[in-house]
Design a protein around this ligand. Structure first.
Ligand code: GLV
Length: 325
């Protein structure tokens, strides 16, 4: 395969690059500490046989057209692929692959980190200590919310939602979930499938685990925020655009939500300053899958998908257009 070139749109763990090279592929990697702009991406994909990309690279039809007909596969190092027009890729004969499963546990762990951090106000308390403001133990300092025994509402019962539910057993939490279909693993955990309005009205913690699709975009809109139980805590490790960010800010200001733990934002990496000014927000820079082993596995998987397709084999982790999912 020495005549074939793979574009890697941004630095990835070495293990992925080595795998591609070992298969005899030429690797062209963007060495800049920033992602390509869309026009740069369209240019960079013009003369390559495959692309290993990341979730911030936008592959709209125009960029895909510039990659075709030479490019045979776009392997994203992520489980979510809302950044890629999969239907347009399919029409152009370009496979799209993702990295499911390997990041499930890391992302579920981070969801719980946010849940506990928001409930117990870790961000605020840590800022207080670092500011040198602590003058001694106080009975009324940083009182948070109980987690143990409270109701967890999970929106989206895929791999990550289910892994989040599994962890709730240790906290003895009743679980509600909202999903298009009944989920046997969720049911086995004792979780109860309910409609979205019921979940919003009854959950003390609400955690989002749906992919971003035309159906789920802004699924938490003004009406949905109005249904949320007063004083609930919202966690989002899915995609920012699943909720209406202006309504989120409003709900945090009015106390409808006691707090929010966010790893993702609509329009990231830009984050509205109104969100960052709120002390009851724990804000992270989209690090759900960011553990050393997980990121290594993701790079490895993306490389394996590229190698399979360029060898003329079917991709290992193909994704379908959202409507066919
Ligand atoms: C991260 O957000 C992913 O989709 O893998």
């Amino acid at each position: 395969m020495s005549d074939k070139t793979v574009l890697v749109t941004r630095l990835i763990p070495e293990i992925g690059v080595r795998l591609l090279q070992k298969a005899g592929l030429r690797v062209r990697m963007n060495q800049q500490a920033r992602q390509y702009r869309e026009d740069e991406l369209a240019e960079a994909v013009r003369d390559v046989d495959a692309v290993v990309c990341q979730l911030a690279d936008r592959f709209r039809a125009q960029v895909l057209e510039s990659a075709a007909p030479r490019c045979k596969v776009i392997a994203t190092c992520a489980v979510g692929y809302d950044n890629i027009d999969v239907a347009a890729a399919a029409k152009l004969g370009i496979h799209v692959t993702n990295t499911p499963d390997v990041l499930t546990n890391a992302t579920a762990d981070l969801t719980w980190a946010l849940l506990l951090a928001t409930a117990r106000r870790l961000g605020e308390a840590e800022r207080f200590v670092r500011a040198g403001a602590w003058r001694g133990w106080g009975m009324l300092q940083y009182l948070g919310a109980d987690v143990y025994g409270r109701t967890l509402g999970i929106i989206g019962a895929g791999r990550i939602g289910t892994a989040v539910a599994r962890r709730a057993a240790g906290f003895d939490m009743p679980i509600l979930y909202h999903a298009r279909h009944d989920n046997a693993a969720m049911n086995d955990l004792g979780a109860k499938r309910v409609g979205l309005p019921v979940l919003l009205a009854q959950s003390d913690f609400i955690s989002l685990h749906v992919p971003l699709t035309p159906e789920t975009r802004r699924m938490l809109d003004a009406e949905a925020f109005g249904r949320i139980k007063k004083g609930a805590i919202l966690i989002n490790t899915a995609r920012g655009a699943v909720l209406d960010q202006a309504e989120l800010i409003n709900a945090l200001r009015t106390g409808r939500l006691a707090a929010a733990g966010l790893d993702v934002y609509d329009g990231e990496p830009s984050i509205p300053k109104e969100l960052l000014e709120l002390d009851n927000v724990v804000a992270l820079p989209h690090i759900g899958s960011a553990t050393v082993t997980t990121r290594n596995r993701m790079a490895e998987m993306a490389a394996q998908n590229v190698i399979a397709v360029l060898k003329g084999e079917p991709p290992l982790n193909p994704v379908l257009p959202p409507s066919a999912d």
